[in-house]
Design a protein around this ligand. Structure first.
Ligand code: B3K
Ligand code: ZN
Length: 873
């Protein structure tokens, strides 16, 4: 397969000033006529991308080209021409109902009731028409849709409406004009039977905007929370970044058939229903927050992505890292900032750190790819956001806003690079941010080690910071990066000390940021009376792994006294890691295990601790994160050790206290969505799960009762999970009840599949195989595949990594089947093989055989082949 390299970037040889598209829509066959106004930029032929298109006619400046006057090969239509400008006309046919890859124009739902829609990012537009399908070609679009009125009553495209009318034979038409030049990946159309909810919005700069959320009739009553989230997102971007919406209409459409979360098409966002629909009876609290976050994310792209887009796909994080950062800030403002930070850091560690440590590791700005769709990764998104966060921290709130204003002003209507971004932020603040560029080009998670030495005679504390980044796949030489370390020093009573660095006149705040910009540096703090406890990397000020030889008692001090919720949690996570080491080593009397259980018991009994924070504190790092603490990776042993530490904690808190707390939380049960109610539900779940470790019989009865009386999905699904984890057989009746209660509710059924796919242990595979026979299971729906295959392979370590390799062989077989329908989804699930090399020898051998066999096949898609080739290396 051919490799695309950043170093080979060349500007487009022809630009497209205007494109007029006319669609004659049909489920089996759609014809697309395109008129491109091209302008020469370099001495080269016109090259248009096109894949899977049936070319019906081709003309230049009104003259039909004969065969021989153009070359059509390898997905490129080449036309040699002398003129400086020209008009190219093409007419092609495509076949939406046959498109199971969900890229380009395809059918969502059934033939007789479903609707047509498009997905273009990254390179789907070339499946619709011939075009220079690259993000640095920005054009104005006029789109005309024609279709049968009864079958396709609603016709939508991005841009402002520009007329509609009736045609002969029961057909109708609608036209849309988008005044903002955009790249082809932001193009979208939707056509079919859809209902809508609407809201009249006025932007801060006075534009009247009609907001419409569209969905099929059976789910339209579940769109209100999305509309509420959209309005709050628009107001937040006006307030926080001074960014206003820029068209007269904004459409959002829900589909059950989508390869990813959602898509920011200009003026016509399209959402996976999972991230748009919400109601208390079928959505959990987490899902409500996801809807809010994804609606915001796609809306924020209107500026960070659409008005300023990417020059090439290597710059993907320019829009994605930045937009994730904006979305995270929004969610922090809407909810609790420390809890949001906990959630984000936990996700980074669970999803990005393993990616960065394995064969699929790549820099936030990759230097090469063979399939760009495989680079919509946790590294580009989540680590990319962490890099923006470091820049924002460096500039401060006001400076960052000034820098963003400059970036949007300077690059509005352009396709920009990551250098452009850093330069604009730096210029607006009179500072040079280029040292941070190194973060974008270097893969791997830096290890930050910290060593403190207290000098009683001098009343000084010397903190030595060092950094080192281990070699990653294909990148062995690593350089030192600028690592901002926000820190405080606490005395033994838990009081934060005013900080004065050597050479400074007076002590300042109790928290400050130092930057480690070389391999090693020492920082000397003056006027320190006793050996302090350092609190480092506060707020997770850089995406690194901190290595600091804390004794458990020091972490216990931070866990109890740190006034910041995030740092408290972080101290707890570090202490839990040490407690895990004790359990792993069979050291049940270990001092870390004791310190952890004691500190948490103390917090459990402290009525001043917020319910949601307590629930987080009671959750140690998950099985996937803990593999890092294991030389020989055996998921069964990891689970056993983790369960053992949790049982110790439950014993230390005590059955009586757990039961009483559960009863208290239970008595306040409602389905209300306010933060305290959500927090109670979350804590109740943690408490019941701890209780189940020491009183399984009683916990089962409590879970059963909670399932039956649950007022909403959060309590219902939590109870079902607890019940099934305790004893899958005893949970059968409840599992069957849930299945029947939600028959026909696709999103609820996805949770039902996922819940069972995640049940730990060697019999998980048999359970998953039985679920494949359920009537509601289908390989052609990405959400269903993710909920059963994806959950099992990516998030059920003891189930997937069965020592006999049976689950590996089963997954390989399914991947081939999924790949023949939908390569993007197959490739995503295949990343489950990411960590096979570091498994213990028996599992490693089993996985190796399967991965090598798969990787040698010649009949797989480019998407899946690329993942397998890198994983197998
Ligand atoms: N930009 C889209 C992702 C497109 C993925 C293409 N394979 C969603 C988002 O990040 O907002
Ligand atoms: Zn995005």
């Amino acid at each position: 397969t051919s490799v695309i390299r950043l170093a080979d970037y060349r500007p487009p040889a022809w630009s497209v000033e205007h494109v007029a598209l006319e669609f004659d829509l049909g489920i089996d066959r759609t014809e697309v006529a395109a008129t491109l106004e091209l302008v020469r930029q370099a001495d080269e032929p016109i090259r248009l991308n096109g894949e899977g298109l049936e070319l019906l006619s081709l003309g230049v400046d009104g003259r039909t080209l004969a065969e021989g006057e153009y070359i059509l090969a390898d997905g490129v239509l080449e036309i040699a021409i002398d003129a400086e400008r020209c008009t190219v006309n093409t007419r092609v046919a495509v076949h939406p109902a046959e498109n199971t890859a969900f890229e380009g124009l395809y059918l969502s739902g059934s033939r007789d009731r479903g609707f047509l829609l498009t997905q273009c990012e990254a390179e789907g537009f070339r499946h619709i028409t011939f075009f220079p399908d690259r993000p640095d070609v920005l054009s104005r679009y006029t789109v005309t849709l024609r279709a049968d009125h009864d079958r396709f009553p609603v016709l939508l495209a991005g841009g402002n409406p520009d007329g509609e009318g009736v045609l002969a034979d029961g057909r109708h038409w609608a036209r849309f004009v988008d005044p903002h030049p955009k790249p082809s990946y932001l193009f979208a159309v939707v056509a079919g039977r859809l209902e809508r909810i609407s809201h009249d919005y006025t932007t801060a700069d006075g534009r009247a905007v009609a907001l419409h959320i569209w969905a099929e009739a059976d789910v339209i009553d579940r769109c209100d929370y999305a509309m509420d989230s959209l309005i709050r997102s628009m107001q937040w971007d006006e307030r926080t970044y001074g960014r206003n919406y820029d068209l007269d209409v904004f459409h959002v459409v829900a589909t059950h058939d989508f390869n990813m979360g959602a898509m920011e098409n200009k003026g016509l966002n399209i959402f996976n229903a999972k991230y748009l629909l919400a109601d208390p009876d079928s959505s959990t609290d987490d899902e409500y927050r996801h809807v809010e976050a994804v609606v915001a994310h796609e809306y924020f792209h209107n500026w960070s992505g659409n008005r300023v887009t990417c020059r090439d796909w290597f710059q993907l994080s320019l829009k994605e890292g930045l937009t994730v950062f904006r979305e995270q800030s929004f969610s922090a403002d809407m909810n609790s900032a420390p809890l949001k930070r906990i959630e984000d850091v936990a996700l980074l560690r669970r999803a990005q750190f393993p990616e960065d440590a394995g064969p699929l590791s790549h820099p936030v700005r990759p230097s090469q790819y063979s399939e760009i769709n495989n680079f919509y990764t946790a590294t580009v998104y989540e680590k990319g956001s962490e890099l923006v966060r470091m820049l924002a921290g460096h500039l401060g709130q006001e400076g960052f806003r000034k820098g963003m204003d400059r970036y949007f002003e300077r690059h509005d209507g352009q396709a920009a690079t990551i250098e452009d971004f850093l330069t604009a932020l730096g210029d607006a603040n009179g500072t040079d941010l280029s040292p941070y560029l190194a973060w974008y080009g270097q893969a791997g998670t830096p290890r930050l080690s910290a060593e403190g030495r207290f000098d009683a005679a001098q009343r000084r504390y010397r903190l030595t910071l060092r950094q080192r980044t281990p070699a990653t796949a294909g990148q062995t030489a690593k350089q030192a990066l600028p690592i901002p370390v926000r820190l405080s020093l606490f005395d033994q009573s838990g009081k934060a000390l005013p900080l004065r660095l050597e050479g400074e006149a007076a002590a300042g705040a109790t928290e400050r940021t130092v930057v480690l910009d070389s391999a090693e540096r020492g920082f000397v703090f003056e006027d320190v009376d006793a050996s302090p406890v350092p609190s480092l990397l506060r707020g997770f000020s850089a995406p690194v792994i901190l290595e600091c030889d804390y004794v458990p008692g020091e972490l216990a001090i931070l866990l109890r006294h740190d006034p910041d919720g995030f740092n408290r949690w972080e101290a707890g996570q570090q202490l839990a890691g040490l407690a895990y080491d004790d359990c792993r080593d069979g050291n049940v009397e270990g001092s870390a295990l004791r310190a952890w259980t004691e500190a948490l018991t103390h917090l459990f009994n402290d009525k001043g601790v917020d319910d949601a924070l307590l629930a987080e504190l009671l959750t140690p790092p998950g099985e996937i994160e803990l593999v890092e603490r294991q030389a020989e990776r055996d998921p069964d042993r990891i689970r056993i050790a983790r369960q053992a530490m949790l049982r110790k904690l439950a014993q230390r808190i005590g059955a009586e206290a757990l039961r009483a707390r559960y009863a208290g939380l239970r008595s306040e049960t409602t389905a209300a969505l306010d933060a305290p109610s959500q927090a109670r539900r979350q804590l109740k779940r943690r408490v019941l799960d701890l209780y189940a470790l020491i009183q399984p019989g009683e916990a089962r009865e409590l879970a059963r009762a909670q399932y039956e009386q649950a007022p909403g999905m959060t309590d219902r699904l939590a109870a079902l999970t607890t019940l099934a984890t305790l004893d899958a057989h005893a949970a059968e009746a409840a599992i069957a009840h849930f299945r029947q209660r939600y028959d026909g509710n696709a999103l609820a059924l996805d949770k039902w599949f996922a819940m069972q796919a995640l049940l730990p242990g060697a019999d998980a595979l048999a359970r998953v195989q039985a679920l494949e026979d359920d009537q509601a299971f289908m390989l052609k729906n990405p959400n269903r595949v993710q909920s059963l295959l994806g959950s099992f392979a990516r998030a059920n370590p003891t189930g997937f990594h069965r020592a006999d390799g049976a689950a590996y062989r089963w997954l390989a077989d399914r991947l081939v089947a999924v790949d023949s329908l939908n390569p993007q989804v197959a490739a995503r699930v295949a990343t489950a093989f990411n960590g096979w090399k570091r498994l213990e020898p028996v599992r490693r051998e089993a996985a190796h055989a399967v991965v090598a066999e798969l990787a040698s096949r010649k009949d797989l898609s480019r998407d899946l082949t690329d993942i397998l080739a890198r994983v197998a290396l």
